[in-house]
Design a protein around this ligand. Structure first.
Ligand code: FAD
Length: 462
């Protein structure tokens, strides 16, 4: 069956690059979650938009399910192919296509890594400001499909804000040219925006036109040691009031322990329970004085016990590594990840409730907290004890996620702030979206992919 299907694909798209070795199936069939056993039919690596269209026409004709695949750095199982799907990797479509100085837009193929997008924008003297630690391996197409956030959302917003236009191949192989980079376009439904965050369930992004912005101002990076969890939102308010924040990120002593074990440089002699890395605009005396004023106010209030400010780019990078290295340092422990958000105004009450809940619920596990606190986004990673079976660990964690989902519902938050629902959180979608809204989402998916070919089982069961 597999052979005859692949023969027919080969006949339909003769130049298509296909991979079927066991190692490739394993490599392309999973993402960073590592929870599901990969089992794809094959890996298709189209070299042009026309080939993507031809693959989808073939998939439509033969009722073959397709998993769109970027860098597979996803943390929600969105790019997992565990049920005989064809993986459609955008990896070979990885080039910049055009830059428009008047429109200040950069058009790129969807498989281009985020870091390469940054570099291409900087070559033109401009900035693509969405940024996070997976920049070297995630793709812009994956960023769009998950509406990725990252460390600069507090200043620049999510991926959604930066997408001027998209080219998308539909389930039946049509090519949609969405919004064509127009600034104003009041001509009906904005399908471009619908595609953003759709997790590969509505179409395959093949090209994106990105808005660029001015290069960031000169900045300084400060690491703060906090005395208590309660101090966190106070320190955030004190800094936000006085400074133009580019980033405000939080992590705990347990997170620090893991990054240090991974080779980062120890910042303070003493251990403190909580830390913040913040980056803010500097460049003149007034801004530097404002930064010192914020720091001193927090010290006087007893919220901050210690601090260090970067004196060079190398030191700024060292401080950033303490935050950005966390996800990678935890990966060997196969963490169970929660990626939740509430409105910033709700954060103090939500933090208090969640800390109590997790303290009671997880006495037996190591729990690592970190996150983009300035966006109301918290990452709570529970680490699997080495001697515990994966299935037992996930079952225990899911019990707590149910409680967390209830707390989120009460605080009008989201069970997925920026990683997507994928497979990991689909049982909890109704904590964030109402029944009528989920019914509409189903209807949209049905309209755009009536045969249910695109990323089946992800986000919700069709
Ligand atoms: C160290 C580390 C740090 C991270 N930090 C952050 C962070 O700060 N903020 C954040 O938001 N995320 C973060 N992530 C998660 C991840 O990098 C993002 O979700 C990223 O956007 C995924 O991109 P990708 O190309 O790897 O997508 P993949 O993992 O390949 O796919 C993700 C989803 O998008 C779909 N998809 C991929 N390409 C396409 C396409 N061309 N068309 C349609 N659908 C497509 C897939 O089917 C899947 O559902 C981090 C991950 C790691 C490993």
């Amino acid at each position: 069956m597999t052979d005859s299907l692949l023969d027919s694909l080969h006949s339909a798209v003769p130049e298509l690059r296909l991979k079927t070795d066991a190692g490739d199936l394993e490599h392309y069939g999973r993402d960073w979650t590592r929870r599901w056993t990969p089992n794809p039919l094959a890996i298709a690596l189209p070299g042009s938009v026309e080939e993507v269209q031809a693959v989808m026409r073939w998939a439509s004709e033969h009722a073959v399910k397709v998993v769109p695949s970027g860098g597979r750095t996803g943390l929600s199982g969105g790019a997992v192919a565990a049920n005989g799907e064809l993986v459609l990797s955008l990896e070979r479509l990885n080039k910049p296509l055009s830059f428009d100085r008047v429109d200040r837009t950069l058009t790129v193929q969807a498989g281009m890594p985020l870091e390469a997008v940054h570099n291409a924008a900087r070559e033109e003297g401009l900035e693509y400001p969405v940024d996070f630690a997976a920049r070297g391996s995630c793709s812009i197409g994956g960023n769009i499909a998950t509406n990725a956030g990252g460390i600069r959302v507090i200043r620049y917003g999510n991926t959604r804000e930066w997408i001027a236009g998209l080219k998308v191949v539909t389930a039946d192989g049509e090519l949609l040219d969405l919004n064509r980079a127009l600034v104003k376009n009041s001509s009906g439904y904005d399908i471009r925006q619908l595609m953003i965050g759709s997790e590969g369930t509505l179409g395959i992004v093949v090209e994106a036109t990105l808005r660029l912005t001015d290069p960031p101002p000169p900045t300084n990076v400060m690491l703060l040691a906090l005395t208590s969890f309660e101090a966190l939102m106070e320190v955030f308010a004190a800094f936000r009031e006085r400074l133009q924040l580019e980033a405000f990120e939080f992590f705990t002593d347990i997170a620090l322990k893991h990054v240090l074990a991974h080779g980062a440089v120890k910042p303070f002699d003493e251990v403190h329970p909580y830390y913040v890395v913040t980056e803010f605009a500097t460049g003149d005396e007034a801004k530097e004085a404002a930064a010192m004023a914020a720091f001193e106010a927090c010290m006087e209030a007893g919220w901050v016990a210690d601090g260090v400010i970067s004196q060079s780019d190398a030191q700024a990078q060292q401080l950033w590594r303490l935050r950005e290295g966390i996800t990678e340092s935890l990966a060997p422990h196969v963490p169970y990840k929660n990626d939740v958000s509430v409105r910033i105004s709700r954060m103090p009450a939500f933090l208090e409730e969640t800390q109590k809940l997790l303290g009671e619920a997880y006495p037996q596990f190591e729990v690592v907290w970190f996150g983009h606190i300035g966006d109301g986004n918290l990452h709570i990673n529970v680490l699997k004890p080495a001697d515990m079976a994966q299935a037992d660990f996930v079952r225990d964690c899911e019990q707590v996620t149910k409680l967390l989902a209830q707390a989120l519902k009460a605080h009008e938050g989201s069970i997925s702030a920026e990683h997507g629902i994928g497979l990991v959180k689909k049982n909890y979608l109704d904590s964030t979206r109402g029944p009528a809204e989920i019914a509409l989402m189903r209807g949209i998916r049905q309209a755009m992919d009536p045969a249910g070919l695109l990323n089946p089982g992800k986000l919700f069961d069709a």
